[in-house]
Design a protein around this ligand. Sequence first.
Ligand code: PLP
Length: 401
Amino acid sequence: MDVRGDFPILAQTVRGRPLVYLDSAATAQKPRAVIDAIARHYREDNANVHRGVHLLSERATQAYEAAREKVRRFIHAASAREIVFVRGTTEAINLVAQTYGRTHVRAGDEIVVTEMEHHSNIVPWQLLCEQQGCALRVAPIDDAGELRLDALDRLLGPRTRLLALAQVSNALGTLNPIGEIVAMAHARKIPVLVDGAQAVPHLPVDVQALGCDFYAFSGHKVFGPTGIGVLYGKAELLEELPPWQGGGDMISTVSFEKSTWNQLPYKLEAGTPDVAGAIGLGAAIDYLTEVGLPAIESYEHDLLAYATAALREVPGLRLIGTARAKASVLSFLVGQVHPHDAGTVLDREGIAVRTGHLCAQPLMRRFGVTALVRASLALYNRREDVDALVAGLHKVRELFG
Ligand SMILES: Cc1ncc(COP(=O)(O)O)c(C=O)c1O
């Protein structure tokens, strides 16, 4: 896959060396097509949406709604009414917690998550538990970082109101068998929210085939801009949700006595949305569709195998997250070296990795660590990037070994 040239930022040198960007799980770089689409919108079409009768507003509205349709096709939702634009995965999950959760969850009920969740799929449920008096239950993982489906099955019970879990773990790379898990939950009439933040950049997603009730992802991790994300929800579920935020665009009528709500998805999109962000996300989806997600998945599969084998050759390196089904995320420790020290040495070599608790402190505790180094690979990474990382890690060992 030779797409590196499509990403202008990757052409630069960092600290005198060619940039090796291995932090795409934190945020992905943007292809020229996305940068240009955003600039074009501001240069030619900028106006508020759904309001004006003037031509610019018509064009902006048309482009914004076209982006919604692109998202619908991208995740194969049944209708564009099921696509709600939000700020990102975090906002999508908070929206569900504060609308679905507030209306369906009572004292004594339970929300089930897993041990591998990002903080943004833990804390919104804790806030809900404090508000509603419900309890958070946590499905365990094994030492390889795979979800223990038998234990999850036992946790799902008559008091469970929602199962919320990641399709791909940001810290371990584990790919969860969502279809199987949804079937397990639905057999008990438990709805499922899938955090797809780390899945959509790596593999084709079909929400109807997965069968999930809600699906959330962020534009910036899928080569689109920051500030835009998506909540998918089945129409019949979104239909019965109360509004989340009140304001412009989400209403049908307003009087001081009573207001009524707009239809889906606008009921859940109060205020001026991130129009340019949605258009940029639409451009990112066009780009990914052109390159082809099946091709990306297979390319990254090979690159992950190459990287895993290469890292295993580094003496003292301990990989955390060795599930059989994985996306291209590699978290590890190098001997006793603190991840921040390792990250600083790598940065001097022009290599960008993530270090720290990876927004997954409970998961760190599960593995008895406080921090990790994480290298995450995307479609623009090459074997040379992996080789540079391995050479950098040898430097780390020399300095701290
Ligand atoms: C699995 C997962 N869920 C949720 C999030 C939160 O995404 P955002 O910060 O874009 O809302 C992230 C970001 O790292 C993530 O990796």
